[in-house]
Design a binder for this molecule. Structure first.
Ligand code: HEC
Length: 123
């Protein structure tokens, strides 16, 4: 009796662990999906780069693919490392961006650059 009860407990524990890990994995996928480059551009770049902005208007079509690649690979920290974040004055723009966020927005800009197959503004 004791023996079968403990087997049952072990079995139930395994089931619970399995279900928990599957749902955690599913959550990861959702998180990845949420990093939409277009949304990020709208919510985090347009704030400073809308039409008539002091920092200049930028949409993916402002630059060509090569220029976006150079911007994200080489100029990002140089040009935004000391720009104060509008939402939190103790932080700079570069502090606010994780690697994953930058990767997503970089892809959006390159995919829709002026010389890409699907150029796109971000209005
Ligand atoms: C808090 C405001 C702010 C945010 C947010 C911001 N920028 Fe900027 N950006 C600036 C300023 C300020 C400059 C420098 C303008 C200057 O020196 O004339 C700049 C310059 C640029 C330049 C020109 C760089 C160069 O080589 O001179 C590009 C391209 C650019 N930003 C794209 C972006 C993109 C893409 C994002 C989002 C990932 C972004 N910016 C987010 C303020 C911002």
């Amino acid at each position: 009796m004791f023996r079968s009860n403990s087997l049952r407990i072990i079995f139930l524990t395994l089931v619970i662990l399995f279900v928990a890990s599957v749902s955690l994995a599913a959550e990861e996928v959702v998180k990845e999906k949420k990093l939409d480059g277009k949304d990020l551009f709208k919510s985090h770049c347009k704030t400073c780069h809308a039409e008539d902005a002091d920092a200049g208007e930028y949409t993916p079509m402002t630059l060509i693919e090569e220029q976006w690649e150079e911007f994200f690979d080489e100029l990002w920290v140089e040009t935004h490392g000391e720009v104060v974040c509008p939402k939190d004055e103790k932080k700079t723009v570069t502090d606010m961006w994780s690697k994953e966020m930058l990767k997503a927005v970089r892809k959006f800009c390159v995919d829709h650059a002026a010389d890409s197959e699907q150029p796109m503004t971000c209005g």
